[in-house]
Design a protein around this ligand. Sequence first.
Ligand SMILES: NC(=O)c1ccc[n+]([C@@H]2O[C@H](COP(=O)([O-])OP(=O)(O)OC[C@H]3O[C@@H](n4cnc5c(N)ncnc54)[C@H](O)[C@@H]3O)[C@@H](O)[C@H]2O)c1
Length: 333
Amino acid sequence: MKVLVTGGAGYIGSHAVRELRDAGHEVSVLDDLSQGHRKALPPEVPLVRGDLGDAASLARAMAGVDAVMHFAGLLSVADSMADPASYYRTNVVKGLALLEAMSATSVRDIVFSSTCAVYGMPVRVPMDEDHPREPINPYGATKLAFERALADHGRAGSLRAVALRYFNAAGCHPDGSLGEDHRPEVHIVPRAVDAALGLAEGLTIHGEDYDTPDGTCIRDYIHVQDLARAHVLALEFLRGRTAEGAAFQAFNLGTGRGRSVREVIQAVERVARRAVPVRVGPRRPGDPPRLVAAVERGRRGLGFEARQVELDPMVESAVRWRRDHPQGYGPAS
Ligand SMILES: NC(=O)c1ccc[n+]([C@@H]2O[C@H](COP(=O)([O-])OP(=O)(O)OC[C@H]3O[C@@H](n4cnc5c(N)ncnc54)[C@H](O)[C@@H]3O)[C@@H](O)[C@H]2O)c1
């Protein structure tokens, strides 16, 4: 099968490209390289360097494609609060352009990178897929808006979609060739690793007075390779669906285990054998104390179970990547 991966030069998308090719699929990528890196892609993978909202780029990227994995988007909660318009434009309006291009080429199947931010403040933990969806920031709101667009297109009979609601992606490819290189970096694992390795000044803990055992926020960290594997399973799930099956389905992707910020820092210190310089700052508005995935639906529906549930090996792959690539993929590509 030929799969178009939007955002395939980014952190999670590049791991999915690898996993798809390992599963025997042909891959092409649409990415504007605003955050992605050409070096994260094998040279033989065709890249259309263009904007998701650009009809000509989309038409080129869709040629000969059987299915789409849609990773391209903006993903910082803080940025989305400061600049909601960009988030609605990229994550919703440009996403709709992708759906139009799929419709024009009669491509029906799409796997979408969604997020646990669609749920908002937890009313129960772990959070299952039927948990109320009341996002508390524009990032989550735009991801939910696109999920709703997918569900409506599904009801209209024009596509079949799986939305994968990731919790916190972490880790890097075990062979050391792919890693996390966001600029600026917004995620805790690479930030803690950089602080330990002396590549960044230090790490701020945003609040240590939550109602959790050590007072810091608890999150569900899932290895990026597990995420990539789940995408291939989601594609197989879509291809195996009968016409009567619901055309839109959402699945959480997490391990079902919660780890505190302090536990992540301790894991980085153990693995890197270096202290992480930390300072404790105030809480960030809108940070729930606990976000942990209920994982039963993914287990039953996709046959997915995270293989990497321990923090240390996850962190180990991230440390190896930053040790070997202190400049990430190098100068912007
Ligand atoms: N990283 C996480 O922990 C996490 C958690 C939940 C959900 N997600 C979702 O997963 C997806 C991928 O996340 P990531 O961490 O790999 O991010 P990333 O920034 O590394 O990858 C996104 C890619 O999309 C590209 N892109 C952005 N805007 C584009 C546009 N207008 N046109 C074409 N390409 C564009 C970027 O260049 C980049 O390569 C995102 O949609 C994000 O919302 C990520």
